[in-house]
Ligand binder design. Structure first.
Ligand SMILES: C[S@@+](CC[C@H](N)C(=O)[O-])C[C@H]1O[C@@H](n2cnc3c(N)ncnc32)[C@H](O)[C@@H]1O
Length: 286
């Protein structure tokens, strides 16, 4: 051990004494490399480079570049995600166990770059109600994939919508579909084909806003997440997470459509459900 150490010292002395220019070259190289990476991450072309095409899987290099971008972002961010570490860890654990996944997130926020980086080799799509907020978030994180959604509900209608659900045949679990479902007001019938055509492995309901009467509320997001999960054709369950379950509407709708018996974890204000594909078309939500 001592011998190796002495040999190392001699080597560095050799570099310093006889070839100082090698050391200078190494320092310049390191600084240059760092600057190159920083300018690469900040360039406008990063988004194209990282996305690997419309919905193509990212290469290992691009996934790493995205994760570096996230590290830089959160290392210098003044605002952090709203979910606690314990809450974030619930979906992180699932992402880790599944590997690259299809991850649908309701709501764009300070957590968006984090979710995308945690699923760097998968597909992460955000559904956001507020087009102005989309532009604000994309300015700092242009690599995020977002769709803007115009909801047809208001939080103040939450009770009435439950009655509508009971009386409208197109809302029933037996008929459950959301694409082109104009009669059931809980069905998100305005999403892109990309959303309908993807089998989502994880769905995070952390939006739209549901804390004032005129806000869209999360009723349709929870109902539509349940329908998408029940219609899954791939093997395995759909992991559905609902945040803010300390609120009445989130709690009632999650119990109604995602079901207490499918609730596998409750951490802080987050509930985690595992929804199997509907065994038969006649089965009810719960
Ligand atoms: C509960 S927030 C989601 C917050 C997100 N999970 C986070 O950690 O930042 C739900 C919605 O609030 C809105 N929102 C969140 N932060 C905002 C901000 N700073 N300014 C304007 N709207 C915001 C967006 O419409 C978003 O979809």
């Amino acid at each position: 051990m001592q011998k190796i150490h002495t040999q190392k010292q001699q080597y560095y002395q050799h570099l310093r004494g006889k070839n100082p220019w090698i050391l200078a070259l190494a320092v310049v190289g390191l600084l240059g490399g760092g600057l190159l990476i920083a300018s690469f991450l900040q360039s406008n072309n990063t988004s194209q480079l990282l996305c690997g095409g419309a919905w193509g899987a990212r290469s290992t290099e691009n996934a790493t570049a995205l994760q570096l971008e996230a590290i830089l972002h959160y290392a210098t961010a003044r605002v952090v995600p709203q979910q606690s570490l314990a809450e974030i860890s619930v979906s992180f654990e699932i992402l880790r166990s599944l590997g690259p996944s299809n991850f649908l997130v309701f709501g764009l926020g300070h957590d968006s770059l984090m979710w995308t980086a945690l699923n760097a080799r998968g597909k992460t799509l955000f559904l956001e109600e507020d087009p102005v907020w989309v532009q604000t978030v994309l300015k700092d994180a242009p690599t995020l994939r977002t769709d803007t959604v115009r909801y047809r509900t208001r939080l103040s209608e939450a009770n009435e919508l439950l009655r509508h659900y009971s009386s409208e045949p197109d809302c029933s679990a037996k008929n459950s579909f959301i694409r082109g479902n104009d009669k059931c007001r809980l069905a998100l019938n305005m999403l892109s084909d990309e959303v309908y055509d993807t089998e989502w492995d994880l769905i995070m309901v952390d939006a739209p806003r549901g804390y004032f009467a005129a806000a869209p509320g999360r009723m349709a997001a929870i109902y539509s997440a349940a329908v998408m999960a029940r219609n899954r054709k791939k093997s395995g369950v759909t992991h559905v997470f609902v945040h803010d379950v300390d609120r009445k509407v989130e709690k009632i709708y999650a119990k109604q459509f995602l079901c207490k018996k499918q609730l596998v974890k409750a951490v802080g204000r987050l509930w985690h459900f595992e929804i199997p594909p509907a065994a038969n078309a006649d089965s009810d939500f719960c």
